[in-house]
Write a protein that binds this ligand. Sequence first.
Ligand code: G3I
Length: 427
Amino acid sequence: MSVRSLLTLGLAALPAVLGSPLEARAAAAKTTTVTASASTVTVTASASTVTVTASGSACGSITSAPSSSHTTSTSVNTNPTTTETATQTIGFNKAAKSLSPKRYFGTAADIPGTGENQDPYYMAELNNTKDFGQLTPANIMKWYATEPEQGVFNYTGGNDFLALAEANGQIVRCHNLVWYNQLPYWLTNPTTNWTAATLTAVMENHITNLIEYWGDRCYAWDVVNEALNDDGSWRETIFYEVIGPSYFDIAYKTAQAAVKAKGLKVKLYYNDYNIEYPGNKSTAAQNLVKGLQSQKIKIDGVGLQSHFIIGETPSQATQESNMAAFTGLGVDVAVTELDVRSPNLPPTAAQETQQKADYQSTVGACANTQRCVGVTVWDFDDTYSWIPSTFPGQGYGDLFFQPGGPDTPLVKKVAADGVIAGWESGT
Ligand code: G3I
């Protein structure tokens, strides 16, 4: 079988290539690497994703993942068969809204212009406001996308994202203004080395431009993302190295000035991971908030990313006391990027049950924290999750999966019942 036909037939073709359906299922449930040259297809199974690598003239150009004609990824989750699926149908966001004060439940989405955007099943769920009352752009508002050339702004993708959310009545957490990652080439490789003064001006221009342009179409902005190392020290980003730690305060001061100049209501957040439980990093994040407050610089909230692992998720009590440490400073908190990945694939039935408990702990902590404004998952469908490419061999972290691959119906995992139980446990 040629690689092209394998790609066209997709995952469904693997049984034929691998032998018996049983062998194929076993292999597909692990990570399967398909390496092809002009005339051969070699299949090695070892972990959790299907990776198709091709070479030779018969291969053509591989831009499609199995069973999809439009996704750009060559790596696809091989979702296991679940033992149980969700039973609750009330809706994640509907359940969040029934609390007092009302909370939101939302999701990140990597749209427009991606495979997600062209998957009708994915899009139908994204537009389902019973489940999602809030959206976060996974990439399209980041610096590389919004200011691809110095001083030349591209709002097109962001506008499309906002238009979709607005048509649905979903609020948007805009993400993000200052991050060390996904920066444009001109910023990381300047023709003349940056000085503190020139990079500060660049940062101020970027922040001011985007806050003023999108105004209150953004419910909140993640102004600085991931400024800290896990031990609580400053992450040595380009901004830190060139400007020094004052880049942080300057970013929020600039954001505050833009909010004031336009009379906006948009909330200004700090967003990071591994600050969901007490420890050096959480304490350092609290100190960042205090530092801004001592200078009367606006900060409205802290985003607790919450990229967790099944069975290693901090307990609900731990998350609640950590949230209290932030809200005690007079800021809101939000769970901004929740997922609970399996460290092995496929997960065991016990891990699926634990995943439900882990989702419940985090949502329950938010429900029990008056100033926790909502919970956002970092996408909802394993097919499009960032996890397998960052943590090879891991995955299954989202609330839905597509047993048939992209462009096929979604299945709501039993973990989804944990979300509802979490909201319903709110006091
Ligand atoms: O833009 C190229 C595209 O041209 C190309 O065709 C495609 C091929 O794979 O790659 C595209 O770039 C990818 C980009 O996402 C847009 O899809 C990058 O390779 C990929 O590395 C990048 O990953 C993003 C990651 O941030 C970068 O660190 C993920 O989608 C995004 O979900 C993730 O989000 C971050 C949050 O912003 C901050 N917190 C952690 C979270 C998870 O890593």
